[in-house]
Design a protein around this ligand. Structure first.
Ligand code: ADP
Length: 395
């Protein structure tokens, strides 16, 4: 049973192909910088990796190209796209819809209704889902929504303090995102600790970042709220923000609410503070004395520690804090700054282990009551499992 899992960004399309009988990854690849004249296309299968520069005008070109690559006899991944049992999507947000769902008009309309709540994510997903539903109409498409894992969050952590009818009539709630990643981290960590009831704080730090409090394998709180623009500062999205700054900003700049929201969703976050989108560039600039870059790193770390503190209280301590995502897995500096001076909480990072760790590794000292780990996430296998379960009539 072969399942292709698609992960779309506003300018990227990444995929993994699994044989779900054995949960083996057969291939992975994708296209980056979609829309530019020099998109980067890569495919890795059977131990071979190929890269090329192509012109992928839009996501449709990228998806067709990937299906062609996977069906190329020299790779032996698929005899034909029709061999796919399903295509799973790491989908983000839809009005009134969550969990794993067959993609149909109801689901697409629910995603369209939230295109402005998740502007970087929903529009490309909707376009690609519609394209595939037309071109590969015999293959089931499954959307596994990021919000699904967070349906166990209790009301105290889900509600904003707004009129009740906003919740009941309009669904204005903290939904939480990065569900596939936090679920993977929760399951893997509980297995490593051999403790199904483990209290875990999962820190997914990447282009988008969030913290999630997990107890007994279920989500109890997530720093992302109604939209993927909330919580921690992201690469170019704002994170938590006081909405009453909006009228002051609109008056001062003459911008419309749409223009200000566009600034908050595309030119804020780490980019807004430092002028750089990528943590590696920000770290380099901070090291060479750029004050704005230093400030951006300080704001990022302070925001992570804010949620870490809240979740240590919420869970009454933790068995493990786990770092994942491009920043969580790779930035020794950010991990060290997050864990600094937390000995009162029983959190003690081993600097040597932190500096040397690669892949899945423990980075706490022998004295640390709380285990600290770095762990590559695998959102795609979670989506593939959800698609398989849905198609076989399971959960
Ligand atoms: P996304 O949320 O888009 O999936 P990723 O999890 O791939 O993002 O993370 C992207 C981020 O990871 C970028 O900000 C990048 O700077 C950061 N990153 C990647 N490699 C490193 C590294 N070696 N050191 C520090 N940051 C890194």
């Amino acid at each position: 049973m072969k399942i292709l899992v698609a992960n779309l960004g506003s300018t990227s399309f990444k995929y993994r192909l699994f044989d779900m009988t054995t949960e083996t990854m057969l291939a992975r690849g994708g296209v980056e910088r979609i829309g530019s004249p020099s998109s980067r296309c890569f495919v890795e299968a059977g131990g071979q990796c190929e890269e090329a520069t192509i012109e992928a005008r839009d996501h449709a070109v990228a998806v067709r190209l990937c299906l062609q690559q996977l069906s190329d006899p020299k790779r032996g991944c698929l005899s034909d796209p029709s061999e796919l049992a399903a295509i799973g999507f790491k989908a983000v947000h839809a009005q009134g819809v969550s969990g794993a769902q067959r993609v149909d008009e109801r689901v697409l309309s629910a995603m369209e209704a939230y295109a402005d709540v998740a502007p970087a994510h929903n529009p490309p997903y909707i376009r690609v889902m519609r394209l595939l539903a037309k071109e590969l109409s015999q293959i089931p498409l499954v959307a596994a929504f990021e919000t699904g894992f967070h349906q166990t969050i209790p009301d105290a952590e889900r509600y904003y303090a707004v009129p009740r009818e906003w919740v009941e009539k309009h669904g204005i709630l903290k939904y939480g995102f990065h569900g596939a990643s936090h679920r993977f981290i929760a399951e893997r960590t509980a297995r490593l600790l051999n403790k199904p009831e483990a209290k875990i704080i999962s820190c997914h730090l990447g282009g988008s970042s969030s913290l999630c409090a997990v107890a007994s394998g279920t989500s109890r709180a997530c720093s992302l709220g109604m939209s993927p623009q909330s919580g921690l500062p992201h690469n170019n999205r704002v994170g938590d923000f006081d909405v009453f700054a909006l009228p002051a900003l609109m008056r001062a700049t003459g911008k419309t609410v749409e223009q200000v929201l566009d600034d908050l969703a595309n030119r804020s976050g780490m980019l807004g503070l430092s002028g750089y989108n990528d943590i590696r560039d920000i770290q380099k600039a901070a090291a060479s004395g750029e004050e704005n870059a230093r400030l951006a790193l300080d704001v990022f770390v302070a925001s992570i520690r804010h949620y870490l503190g809240a979740y240590l209280l919420l869970l009454n301590g933790a068995d493990a804090i786990v770092f994942t995502g491009g920043i969580g897995e790779n930035s020794t500096h950010i991990r060290e700054a997050i864990c600094a001076d937390l000995d009162w909480f029983g959190i003690d990072l081993d600097r040597r282990k932190n500096n040397e760790a690669k892949g899945e590794a423990a980075i706490h000292s022998a004295n640390s009551r709380v285990q600290l780990w770095i762990m590559p996430t695998n959102e795609e296998i979670i989506v593939a499992r959800q698609a398989k379960d849905l198609l076989s009539g399971g959960r």
